[in-house]
Write a protein that binds this ligand. Structure first.
Ligand code: ADP
Ligand code: ADP
Length: 226
């Protein structure tokens, strides 16, 4: 039940000083359309959990189910975004946003139209022909957000996506993200170490303990959003 569920997920990294338990039996269930934040101190395993969900890391133990199917490899219906986004510098904003469509061989005309909608959605109307180096950090993350949405993934995994931005820009981007979330109905899992941000953004907050990473509790947030 739920769109995504994890059962007893564990991750043990092999390191020079021996095995390191990064996740120790994490279980959860997330409904379609929920905005979940994952919080906890540095090193508690937030990125590890997100990477396992995104298929970038293999889990050591446990099961992961997405829409009734066992999740074993990266899938196009799960999109990821990071603190620093790699945009291709020799491609325009538009070409960057259309890239997932090119890779997945989607209809060119449809992708072009979709790109216009997405640039509009993330507030980059009129910036399609610019190059990444001509944009501010916040605008580059807007491009990354549009690119993330380009092939319409069901789940957005975001690892401190605005963590490198100044506070004002970060708050603007948080509002932008909420707008996108409301319009698209996506399921979002958002990693942050900022509790205020988690409360502001989320339906529920997953709180993790450090070493070894466990899910310590789930906080239901019942605050009106803007
Ligand atoms: P967080 O995102 O909460 O800061 P991480 O998931 O990055 O935590 O890390 C959890 C633990 O796993 C930390 O102790 C970290 O040092 C360790 N770790 C993360 N990635 C690796 C890796 N590739 N190899 C070995 N240890 C790792
Ligand atoms: P702090 O003491 O950490 O500044 P705040 O509750 O003021 O705590 O804000 C924490 C974070 O929550 C902010 O950095 C921001 O990302 C987010 N946030 C809070 N209020 C807003 C808002 N009105 N619009 C957008 N983001 C907000």
């Amino acid at each position: 039940d739920g769109l995504i569920s994890g059962m007893d997920l564990s991750k043990i990294y092999a390191t020079a000083t021996g095995p390191l338990v990064a996740l120790d039996g994490v279980s959860f269930s997330i409904e379609e359309g929920e905005f979940i934040s994952l919080v906890g101190p540095s090193g508690c395993g937030k990125s590890t959990l997100l990477s396992i969900l995104g298929g970038l890391e293999e889990r050591s133990e446990g099961d992961l189910i997405l829409a009734g199917q066992r999740l074993d490899r990266p899938r196009a219906d799960i999109g990821m975004m990071f603190q620093t986004s790699v945009l291709f510098p020799w491609r325009t904003v538009r070409q960057n946003v259309e890239l997932p469509g090119v890779i997945l061989n989607l209809d060119k005309k449809q992708q072009a139209e979709r790109c216009d909608e997405l640039l509009d959605l993330v507030g980059l109307n009129g910036f399609g022909e610019r190059y990444p180096k001509e944009l501010s950090g916040g605008m580059r993350q807007r491009v990354a957000l549009a690119r993330l949405l380009a092939h319409d993934p069901r789940v957005l995994l975001m690892d401190e996506p605005f963590g490198a931005l100044d506070e004002f820009t970060r708050e603007t981007m948080n509002l932008e993200l909420l707008k996108v979330w409301e319009k698209t109905g996506k399921t979002v899992i958002f990693v942050t170490h900022n509790i205020g941000e988690a409360v502001f953004l989320s339906d529920r907050i997953f709180v993790m303990t450090p070493r070894p990473g466990r899910l310590e509790g789930v906080v239901e947030v019942d605050l009106p959003r803007p």
